[in-house]
Design a protein around this ligand. Structure first.
Ligand code: CMC
Length: 455
């Protein structure tokens, strides 16, 4: 039996500083469906409807009423929270930040404008944008001891390892603003993280090159400043290349948020215990590093280089990806949510054409990638499983054309995603329904048994 009723769910103020009052969900319709177990116990499951997306069965009373848990490895059909930040329709290939289509933001916005949008829920007015940009610029420097901290890593440390350690270490440097119950503290920590990520990322890079660490130049834009931090040396004047700046701006916008992906869910889970923002974001960096997630951009380039260098045919590569006895997967293909084109991949592919025309770059590798995409999309195995190129399939080709080394690719992703992570972390703390994350399990170990008697 299905009964319809209306529930009013009012979200909290977001960064309750008087600037915006964005709620998690203004009004949510709910209807109830009844679940009866094989043992005859039953539970009413209220259905929750968001603005877009499928209805969600609220199973919170299920264990109390019917004595059962739900089983969903990988959380593929579980909504872990309510969120008003990002929406994805995987069937239609739609991605919205705060309701705005990614294509429109990619065309008209800047990365800092997108940061403001994700953090505060609305696009900034020109005045708000100027204020926000000034605040971010005021936080670009890092404590001098962070430079020493980074210098303590081995000369050949992976930049992601350095980033992971350094972001966690920020909690020891900025201990003055980590009261998670204070909205102002949460906001300052968010601004610090967004502002300092480019500085830290560039120091991780320059440490491994034995190059000096540059200080930020706040007369430059966020992205110009990052390219200067990465590539300038104190002995010479530096002029940012505007084609490269535009491409990087786009890459950052496309990677800024992606709802409850592995790293964002990790940040929420870590933060749910009350962990401070820097420690929580460090867990996001750790999760992102894996090749099934943010590490895929580096893995795609390794794969394309290997195909190119070995002379292996595209057909052979596709066969290996289909072979269940071979652990090889086509990197940059497939997505948990997108069962159609990843809209970010389309934008990036177009940008590849422009960048390679303007800056030069690895045209043979781009041609190889396009051929691989074409043949893969025509293959029944990939068609049946709805496996399409994802954002990482082409992003590495752009990053390489911009002179960014491969081991920095995932660092770029982490830099861009920091705003998404911190916006979700903050949203969680504002959510009246928020509780510590604590999933249950299906126990499959030994049944209760007695400790053997000792002779
Ligand atoms: N190559 C070959 N087969 C694949 C691939 C692939 N890239 N991706 C999925 N499959 C197959 C998989 O073997 C399975 O086949 P079967 O049904 O016969 O067992 C089926 O497709 C479903 O795959 P799944 O592993 O159950 O799907 P998932 O949602 O758990 O995994 C994924 C999603 C992204 C981890 C996976 O597609 C993958 O490993 N892709 C390659 C890595 C990659 O490009 N990651 C970047 C993701 S986008 C950026 C980001 O979010 O960070």
């Amino acid at each position: 039996m299905v009964t319809r009723q209306q529930a009013q769910v009012t979200g909290p103020a977001y960064y309750d500083n008087g600037r915006h009052k964005q709620s998690i969900g203004d009004e949510i319709m709910s209807e109830t469906s009844k679940l009866t177990t094989t043992t005859g116990k039953s539970s009413e499951l209220p259905m929750i409807s968001g603005t877009h997306g499928p209805d969600v069965a609220d199973v919170r009373r299920l264990y109390k009423d019917a004595g059962i848990f739900t089983y969903d490895p990988g959380y593929a059909t579980t909504a872990s929270c309510k969120s008003s930040i990002t929406f994805i329709d995987g069937e239609k290939g739609i991605l919205l930040y705060r309701g705005y289509p990614i294509e429109q933001l990619a065309e008209h916005s800047t990365y800092l404008e997108v940061c403001y949008l994700l953090m505060y829920g609305e696009l900034p007015t020109p005045e708000q944008y100027d204020d926000f940009t000034d605040i971010i610029k005021n936080h670009t420097m890092v404590h001098e001891n962070i430079r020493d901290f980074i210098n303590g890593f081995r000369y050949d440390a992976h930049p992601m390892a350095m980033l992971l350690g350094t972001v966690g270490a920020l909690s020891s440097f900025y201990h003055d603003s980590i009261d998670i119950n204070d909205p102002k503290h949460r906001e300052i920590s968010a601004q610090r993280l967004i502002a300092k990520m480019p500085t830290i990322a560039s120091y991780c890079y320059n440490h491994s090159r034995g190059q000096p660490f540059m200080y930020p130049d706040n007369s430059l834009s966020y992205v110009e400043n990052f390219t200067r931090l990465m590539f300038a040396v104190p002995a010479e004047e530096y002029q940012p290349n505007q084609v490269a700046v535009k491409a990087l701006e786009l890459i950052l916008i496309l990677h800024a948020d992606h709802e409850q992906n592995a790293s964002t869910s990790t940040v929420r889970m870590a933060g749910s215990s009350g962990a401070n923002p820097f420690a929580s974001i460090a867990t996001g960096v750790a999760s992102l590093w894996g090749p099934a997630h943010g590490g895929a951009n580096e893995a795609v380039m390794n794969m394309l280089d290997a195909i190119h260098d070995s002379g292996e045919t595209i057909e052979k590569t596709i066969d290996r990806a289909k072979d269940k006895n071979d652990p090889f997967r086509l990197m940059g293909f497939g997505h948990r949510v997108y069962k159609n084109f990843d809209p970010r991949a389309k934008i990036i592919q177009k940008m590849c054409h422009e960048i390679l025309d303007d800056l030069g770059g690895d045209q043979p590798l781009f041609n190889l990638a396009m051929e691989l995409e074409e043949k893969t999309l025509a293959d029944d195995y990939f068609k049946e499983r709805q496996l399409y190129p994802n954002v990482d399939f082409y992003s590495g080709i752009i990053l390489r054309a911009l002179g960014i080394p491969m081991n920095m690719f995932t660092v770029m992703f982490a830099m861009a995603r920091t705003v998404g992570w911190i916006s979700h972390w903050n949203e969680m703390h504002e959510d009246p329904e928020f509780r510590i994350g604590r999933p249950r399990q299906v126990y499959t170990g030994a049944a209760t048994r007695d400790y053997p008697a000792k002779s």
